[in-house]
Design a binder for this molecule. Structure first.
Ligand SMILES: *[C@@H]1O[C@H](CO)[C@@H](O)[C@H](O)[C@H]1NC(C)=O
Ligand SMILES: *[C@@H]1O[C@H](CO)[C@@H](O)[C@H](O)[C@H]1NC(C)=O
Ligand SMILES: *[C@@H]1O[C@H](CO)[C@@H](O)[C@H](O)[C@H]1NC(C)=O
Ligand SMILES: *[C@@H]1O[C@H](CO)[C@@H](O)[C@H](O)[C@H]1NC(C)=O
Length: 485
């Protein structure tokens, strides 16, 4: 981030707002008023000549975004939203949530922001359950090559979670080191799916960098939502779970067993790339014998998704794309309206002004996935243990209906932790969760010392989409947000 320029045609200032909806209206106004400036900027931003003005903010300062060149020719895109409810009270610090999407190669700026927790949905309508009510939100397209992030040389895609964490740490230095307000705000790393592997690796890098004085921020905690922390445990959970809910029979389980056994052998002998191929084979097999169960919600068929008709192949690239399509399926639109690709390659790209004109959102994401195939099946349980031992708050949450990162698999890896509090944690009773005015049980929670586990009922892989009310309560508790309810 070399400099920050105001976009002068935007609303220069706004009165303080009473409700969280007001800045969203401002945001919509911005989207309409931005075009004269775009024309001017286009003259300035030919090719990659934009790098000396790599960040922008809205006139009211509530949003800021930009590129950080995390390594030469590797450009990471970030988008920060300041909460309209922020209170400055030293005894109750205002939290910042960094959202890490999975994939690998799925865009947090697109999916997490517009489909899950950001202030606007894909129709650019306000989202009632936005987490912005409770915290500032920082979205990133991580690793480079994801979403709007890009590399100018294909050798620069990351090959390990560790490399991704190093790039993310560089990004955080650019954003936090020059802003004292943000340094007083604890950072909560909240991850989904593969993002959990980056989250724990990043948290350890952050602690190292802050101890060395290179990074100025306070780590508030880590939250692992339906996270791919132990691939082996998830792979082994699939067939028994599907058998228990009648989606597979004994014959199907036997077929799966031969592939899972192969995966176990490959992991034991360190053949991680081969294990990634077998993982893909197992997904394909399960898809066939279950008649296309949806991996993000085992009560559904993936065929229910009108745009994923070709998803039967389930190569890693294809299943990664299904991730975004699953969310599109939840919509009922016959046109392109509300389609995430159209939005991100259209009006959002225009608003942001700094995305290279010839670059399409998500165009390098398959390469991001393939580049990580040697690390994809490696577990990160030890990293969770390290964080617990260092006293970092670790929250795990899981949707009841998820298959790909099933609760059964999550519980299996949690039981492998070496953390001294584990035995007590496992023996404790759970607290039931309710939400709003509903009397139905929405989930359960168990906390001991710095480990917290939420079981979210009625949710698949995308917990904030399926259960927005209880998710918002959960993020309020995780971040100890001072926002009044
Ligand atoms: C976009 O344009 C730049 C400069 O003109 C070029 O170097 C780059 O390869 C192009 N990128 C794509 C994805 O076409
Ligand atoms: C620092 O962050 C705060 C909180 O989001 C923001 O209001 C402020 O404008 C930022 N300051 C600079 C210099 O970017
Ligand atoms: C993205 O938008 C550009 C400009 O409108 C268009 O030419 C291109 O085909 C779009 N790409 C995709 C993948 O939709
Ligand atoms: C961890 O979270 C709890 C609330 O759940 C809080 O009381 C405690 O201060 C947090 N610990 C750290 C080290 O942030």
């Amino acid at each position: 981030m070399k400099s920050t320029e105001e976009v002068h045609v935007l609303t220069p200032s706004r009165p303080s707002h009473q409700t969280s909806m007001a800045p969203i209206r401002t945001h919509l106004r911005i989207m309409r008023r931005v075009s004269p400036c775009v024309t001017l900027l286009c003259l300035l931003l030919v090719g990659y000549g934009w790098m000396d003005i790599a960040a922008r903010r809205t006139g009211d300062g509530s949003e800021e975004w930009g590129y950080v060149e995390v390594r030469p020719k590797a450009h990471m895109f970030w988008w920060f939203y300041g909460s309209p409810n922020r209170v400055e009270d030293p005894s109750k610090p205002w939290p910042v949530v960094l959202w890490l999407q999975g994939g690998p190669g799925a865009s947090g700026v697109g999916i997490g922001n517009f489909e899950e927790i950001g202030p606007l949905d894909t129709y650019l309508k306000p989202r009632e359950s936005t987490w912005l009510q409770k915290a500032d939100l920082l979205f990133v397209d991580n690793p480079v090559g994801t979403g709007y992030s890009f590399v100018e040389d294909s050798k620069l895609f990351v090959k390990t979670d560790e490399e991704a964490a190093t790039d993310l740490c560089t990004l955080l230095m650019e954003i936090f080191n020059r802003n004292e307000t943000l340094q007083k705000s604890p950072l909560y790393i909240v991850a989904e799916s593969y993002g959990g592997k980056y989250a724990v690796t990043l948290a350890l890098s952050v602690l190292k960098a802050t101890e060395a004085g290179k990074l100025k921020l306070q780590l508030g905690g880590v939250a692992l939502g339906d996270s791919w922390i132990s691939p082996e445990d998830f792979v082994f959970s699939w067939a028994p779970l599907l058998k228990d809910v009648s989606r597979l029979d004994d014959n199907g389980v036997k077929k799966c067993d031969s592939v899972t056994e192969k995966i176990r052998q490959q992991l034991r002998s360190g053949q991680y790339t081969e294990a990634t191929a077998s993982w893909s084979e197992l997904e394909g097999l399960i898809s066939t014998i279950s008649n296309s169960v949806d991996f993000y919600n085992f009560l559904l068929d993936s065929g229910m998704d009108p745009v994923s008709m070709e998803a039967g192949e389930l190569t890693p690239g294809v299943s990664m794309k299904r991730y975004a399509r699953y969310l599109s399926y939840l919509k009922t639109s016959a046109s392109n309206a509300g389609d995430l690709d159209t939005l991100m390659n259209g009006s959002v790209k225009k608003k942001l002004q700094i995305i290279p004109a010839n670059f399409t959102w998500g165009e390098q994401s398959d390469s991001v996935f393939s580049s990580l195939q040697g690390d994809f099946m490696k577990p990160r349980i030890e990293e969770v243990d390290e964080l617990l031992a260092k006293g970092v708050n670790v929250t795990i949450y899981n949707g009841q209906l998820d298959l790909i990162c099933a609760t059964k698999g999550t519980e299996a890896w949690v039981e492998k932790l070496k953390w001294e509090g584990l035995e007590t944690f496992l023996s404790m009773e759970r607290t039931p969760l309710y939400c709003g005015t509903e009397s139905a049980t929405k989930g359960f929670k168990r906390s001991y010392k710095n480990l917290h586990f939420y079981w979210i009922l009625g949710a698949g892989h995308f917990v904030p989409v399926d259960q927005p009310c209880v998710s918002l309560d959960m993020v309020t508790a995780i971040t100890q947000s001072p926002a009044s309810t």
